[in-house]
Design a protein around this ligand. Structure first.
Ligand code: NAD
Length: 154
């Protein structure tokens, strides 16, 4: 099986970066299914791909989505991303970004997904010693948001 066979599941695909990624994937000829709670995304941003409305922590719905759409690859954008808010409401970020990703990954792996692209953040490197920040720069998160991204990377 080619790595280009099957459908790409894009979590957070109704959000800013996710919706543009969906368009790029469609232009490249890929089948895509968008998975988004719509808590922060917009239904109108999803063009030319089916939309499943749900939370990444809902393993049963993730499993059903993977099986129904023949998902083989995952691009994972769904997360909260406000640094300031993450310092005031750390549990909210830990639950959504970390625990949610664990549930998502477990369900996807069990459904046969074999490639994952995770949308992390340059904030995992903290205040950079040099720019541009390189891939091997040390991990030094300075916020709960950045910690949540670093944890999922690990
Ligand atoms: N925008 C940036 O400058 C930037 C920079 C670095 C990394 N990122 C990362 O890229 C990703 C996308 O960022 P964005 O700017 O497009 O954000 P965004 O808020 O526009 O999109 C995030 C989407 O995820 C959805 N979502 C959030 N939690 C969910 C959950 N539990 N289940 C299902 N859907 C959920 C929201 O409804 C929203 O549509 C995020 O993970 C963010 O941390 C963004």
């Amino acid at each position: 099986m080619s790595s280009l066979d099957g459908t790409v599941l894009v979590t957070g695909g109704a959000g800013y970066i996710g919706s543009h990624t969906v368009r790029a994937l469609r232009e490249a000829g890929r089948d895509v299914v968008v998975y988004d709670s719509l808590e922060l995304g917009r239904r109108e941003a999803v063009i030319d791909a089916p939309l499943v409305i749900g939370n990444i922590a809902d393993s049963d719905l993730v499993t059903a989505t993977c099986n129904e759409h023949g998902v083989t690859q995952l691009v994972h954008f769904a997360a909260y991303k406000a640094v300031g808010e993450s310092m005031k409401s750390p549990a909210k970020y830990w639950r959504n970004n970390v625990a949610g990703s664990v549930e998502l990954y477990e369900a996807c792996l069990a459904a046969g997904v074999h490639d994952v692209v995770f949308s992390s953040s340059c904030s995992v490197n903290g205040t950079p010693a040099a720019v541009p920040v390189s891939e091997d720069a040390p991990i030094h998160p300075e916020s709960v948001y950045a910690e949540s991204k670093a944890m999922v990377e690990r």
